[in-house]
Design a protein around this ligand. Structure first.
Ligand SMILES: Cc1ncc(COP(=O)(O)O)c(C=O)c1O
Length: 478
């Protein structure tokens, strides 16, 4: 059966490449067909959705498709998705054609591993209203400095060596207590593995629990970190479209090996996964023998209704693996996250983690453990949640003054999404806002095939003057 091609996972467009954009798309697609990442009969997206997904004009995509059609690599028929005709058996030439004397080339795995999807939708150096970035000024630097100084002076014995590469006991115990009290998840401290953040957790889990070619289902729109981790592990991606009740389990492929979900705050739309869908996902995962990875990154930031327990609290057979991170409550730069591993897998995941060398700094772990057990971590979350909620409300109020803007008030999370239909040009709007030094991300870039258009506005840097600048800049267009 033919499958759709996710262009953003094979086309790596960049200003630093010598060729014009149509040739870059043509080259990347040809290479992906040659090395078997795109198979004979696969369907390319329409020029419209391809243009949205890649953030280029439709003319650019049409020119690239015409080059492929001229070479007989795709068939293009009016009104139908272009289809790939693979000229060679897969695996003929795994190396990109970089000409002579170009130095070392990437492996097939290296090509997917080095895909930087974020750079296609947001500036490399961050900027005002970029999503996913907490406000550094809210970091409790005095508290952190004090506990870090204290723990760094301790003699740690074997913990300072290679004893607890899967995490220090004090932090695993503090997390065990926190997960039980705040997320309804009751586990042993030994089931918790400390890693350098959610991104590392997904890389570790996908490399340990899947084989290349396995299917990973993930939300669309969804977190690019999950997409890049799964592509890096050689997985095939299947879309789980998201609506007002969260990701839709009806799209869960019966042969999926794993699925990635953000049930408490869908990223980036901020919707909560409904109870019936939670149960449906669990039933389907059990039937498929698959694993649901629950990314609980943002569950502390809830703006409507009561906080509900984690998905992992509703399943006890090892089909849900919860992943968490201190990146939002504290700072991404601390690089601390955690995985709640089913007891039968603990030994193997610990060993795989050590073998991959993705361990977290022990002093930072001890400092975090102390903040958690003293109650200061919870106080910090309460403090920043108040501040973020205030910004979300101010932003929603500002956007409400634009009669044509469709804004979804999020159930939680530190970004707000403004959606619009095909009558608006997303790329043009983003360039317009960049002239005001505002850099929300393109919603289409979070979608597997650019199927939705809009702006994803980060709350971390949403100061009152930036919100007002955004309102003024958007008033020109809405
Ligand atoms: C959906 C989602 N999960 C997790 C994270 C945190 O990732 P990490 O722990 O690797 O910093 C982010 C950060 O932006 C995110 O958006």
């Amino acid at each position: 059966m033919s499958s759709p091609v996710w262009l953003t996972s094979v086309c790596h467009l960049s200003d630093t490449r010598a060729e014009p954009l149509p040739s870059q798309i043509y080259k990347d697609l040809t290479q992906a067909i040659r090395d078997g990442r795109i198979a004979d009969g696969d369907r390319l997206p329409s020029s419209r959705s391809a243009a949205l997904a890649l953030g280029v004009s439709r003319t650019t995509v049409t020119a690239a498709y015409e080059l492929l059609a001229t070479e007989g690599i795709v068939t293009v028929r009016q009104g139908a998705a272009p289809r790939v005709i693979a000229p060679d058996p897969p695996g003929v030439d795994p190396r990109p054609d970089q000409g002579p004397d170009q130095g070392p080339t990437l492996s097939k795995r290296g090509i997917t591993l080095s895909t930087d999807l974020r750079r296609q939708i947001m500036p490399a150096s961050g900027g005002a209203l970029v999503p996913g970035e907490p406000d550094e000024t809210l970091f409790p630097s005095e508290d952190w400095a004090r506990v870090l100084r204290r723990v760094s002076r301790r003699r740690l014995g074997t913990s300072a060596l290679y004893d607890a590469t899967y995490g220090v006991k004090a932090l695993r115990q503090a997390l065990r207590d926190r997960l039980a009290a705040d997320r309804g998840v009751h586990v042993e401290a030994d089931q918790i593995v400390i890693v350098p953040g959610s991104q590392a957790a997904l890389a570790l889990l996908s490399h340990s629990l899947t084989d290349p070619g396995d299917i990973a289902a993930l939300e669309t729109p969804g977190w690019l970190g999950a997409r890049t981790a799964f592509l890096g592990a050689g997985l095939r991606l299947a879309p789980l479209p998201v609506d007002a009740s969260g990701a839709d389990p009806a799209h869960f492929p019966p042969d999926a090996r794993l699925a990635y979900l953000t049930p408490s705050n869908q990223y980036p739309l901020g919707t909560r996964l409904s109870l019936s869908r939670r149960l449906d996902f669990i039933a389907r995962a059990k039937a498929a023998g698959a694993i649901l990875i629950e990314d609980d990154y943002d569950s502390d930031f809830h703006w409507s209704g009561r906080t509900i327990p984690a998905l992992a609290a509703q399943e006890h057979g090892g089909h849900v693996i919860l992943v968490g991170s201190a990146s939002k409550a504290l700072l991404p730069a601390l690089r601390i996250g955690w995985i709640v591993v089913p007891s039968g897998l603990v030994g193997c995941i610990r060993a795989a983690q050590r073998n991959l060398g993705i361990m977290a700094n022990v002093h930072a772990q001890l400092a975090l453990a102390e903040l958690m057990s003293s109650g200061r971590y919870r106080a910090q979350i309460r403090r920043i949640a108040r501040s973020y909620h205030h910004r979300v409300r101010s932003l929603l109020d500002a956007l409400a003054t634009l009669p044509e803007a469709r804004v979804h008030a999020p159930d939680g999370g530190v970004q707000v999404t403004l959606q619009f239909g095909p009558d608006r040009d997303e790329a043009e709007l983003v360039s317009h806002l960049a002239r005001y030094d505002l850099h929300p991300a393109r919603l289409s870039g979070y979608c597997l095939n650019g199927e939705r258009q809009g702006l994803v506005i980060g709350i971390g840097s949403a100061t009152p003057d930036r919100i007002e600048r955004l309102r003024k800049a958007l008033a020109d267009r809405f």
